[in-house]
Design a protein around this ligand. Sequence first.
Ligand SMILES: Cc1ncc(COP(=O)(O)O)c(C=O)c1O
Length: 263
Amino acid sequence: MSCQDRGLLYGDGLFETLLVVDGAPRRWRQHMQRLKEGCSRLGIGGVEEAKLRADAEALCTNKARAVLKIVITRGAGGRGYRPSAQSDPTRIVQIHPYPEYSSQYWSRGVKVRVCQHRLGANPALAGIKHLNRLEQVLARSEWDEPDVAEGLMLDSGENVVEGTMTNVFVVKNKRLYTPDLTSCGVKGIVRDGVIDIAENLGVSSAETELSLDDVRQADEIFLTNSLIGIWPVMQLERCTYGPGLITQQVAEKLAPWNNGWIS
Ligand SMILES: Cc1ncc(COP(=O)(O)O)c(C=O)c1O
């Protein structure tokens, strides 16, 4: 990759992180859909899915469980922010070991903290998985206790948006709520999946503003992303939560989608 690459110089690009199980990347179609949506929002053209697929297949062969990372940048450009009219994107496809998470994160749940760093409002970038992740880097540097699995991030209006690497759901009075992401945050692929699953289960769900108190006072809290599927939250600062029925029902429905990893 060129040291003039705009992905390196400006974070001018997008990425996807996919779960690999039994030699195959999971939810390929959904990841490609979000990547294409990101490319169209940023005006990055010329990304060829067939080439990404070929790279991915070569890297995933014989991998029982792994992480596939796809990065697309606008490519190399001269000095200055203005993007060139011609698009010659850079494609990076990497394979990584699956992280060593305790199995209790799924069975008992995780401990979560609240981050000090506040997410800025940026509707033009909200939802897509762009490469500018300094807010998450700052938030994730706030703690190093190994037993705290995730940190919740709030916006400047003190509403909860997401975790540093996950989306957040809460259950209150048998209804499911997740933060509205029109101003900031990543629209997770598992988040979309959970909303569909809830509908099939007959559980009403809403994308809405959620204050920290709304989250603290929830009956159940859970976190989602492509690598973990669902982690129930068992502790948020000093509040504790038992195993939740709706969390369990949603996780069970997600399990086949995740090739049995989450049970
Ligand atoms: C900041 C952030 N929010 C949400 C998510 C969840 O996204 P997905 O379900 O597509 O993995 C991620 C995933 O890495 C993330 O980094």
